[in-house]
Design a protein around this ligand. Structure first.
Ligand SMILES: [Zn+2]
Length: 272
């Protein structure tokens, strides 16, 4: 350090102490990093403008499916955390899909959660008539996929059981959700869905429109927990490269907000 830089540092520390602030050490190190006053201004500026953090939970349902491999490589490249809700019966479809479960397991940015073994065989009304059957189906999935966390999304239902808070979607499933909660499971629904055509798997909304919807929902405070938004996306949407590009676009648009944080659902707050 040159003697003039040193004397500038001491003068600054002295004035900070005079004003009774506790951040003298931090201030001194930021000054000595660069050449003089200009760098001081540059390093201090972002602190003043700090915005409240907003948490984004990208959650992908129904995997393993063709499309899971593309999601896996995109989140690895972008280094963002995502949550996947897996369906164990897919293991019976092909060995390849079993490999995708391992691929997710080995990806440090992915956490795998429980979407039931059977996905209700797509007969939701009769499935939810028997809460014990639902519980057993969840346990079966946990064992088949060797899942580490008691975190569930019910098939075909947007139902929440988080801490003492609950929300139902008006369909059957509330009694099954209560049974699961009584057995220590946390259930997540979603605040916003990125829609797709169930026949072709293709997204029917662009990354741009979903990014704008995320921004406005967070702005309006219309989510289950303020400043936290859960997005529902489906693995089957990314069978084709074009849709993969849309996922890249969505991630890049969201991360252009410096106060947006991608997090795993395991860290979703239990209190509002
Ligand atoms: Zn599903």
């Amino acid at each position: 350090m040159s003697s003039s830089a040193k004397s500038f540092t001491y003068t600054l520390v002295a004035s900070v102490v005079t004003f009774g602030l506790m951040s003298a050490l931090v201030t001194r190190s930021s000054v000595t990093k660069g050449p003089g006053i200009a760098s001081f201004a540059a390093t201090e500026e972002p602190v003043k403008k700090k915005l409240p953090l907003k948490y984004i939970y990208l959650s992908f349902d129904d995997g393993p499916l063709h499309g899971s491999d593309r999601i896996d490589s995109i989140v690895k490249a972008e280094r963002i955390k995502i949550s996947v809700f897996l369906v164990g019966r897919q293991l019976q479809v092909s060995k390849q899909l079993g490999e995708y479960v391992k691929m997710y397991e080995e990806n440090p940015f992915v956490e795998s959660y429980n979407h039931s073994y059977s996905h209700a065989n797509s007969h939701y009304q009769s499935y939810y008539k028997d809460p014990v059957q639902v519980l057993n189906d969840i346990i079966k999935n946990e064992e088949a996929l060797k899942l580490h966390f008691k975190i569930v999304r019910l098939p075909g239902r947007n139902i929440w059981r988080v801490g003492n808070r609950k929300r139902d979607d008006g369909n059957s499933g509330a009694a099954a959700a209560d049974t699961l909660a009584a057995h220590g499971y946390t259930l997540y629904g979603w605040d916003l869905e990125w829609r797709h055509d169930p026949k072709t798997g293709k997204p029917t909304q662009t990354a741009d429109s979903i990014a704008r919807a995320v921004e406005s929902r967070l702005e309006a405070g219309g989510t289950f927990t303020k400043d936290h938004i859960v997005l529902l996306i489906h693995d089957e949407m990314f069978r084709e490269e074009l849709a993969g590009n849309e996922l890249y676009q969505l991630i890049r648009k969201l991360r252009s907000h410096e106060n947006y944080v991608f997090e795993h659902l395991r860290f979703y707050p239990t209190k509002p």
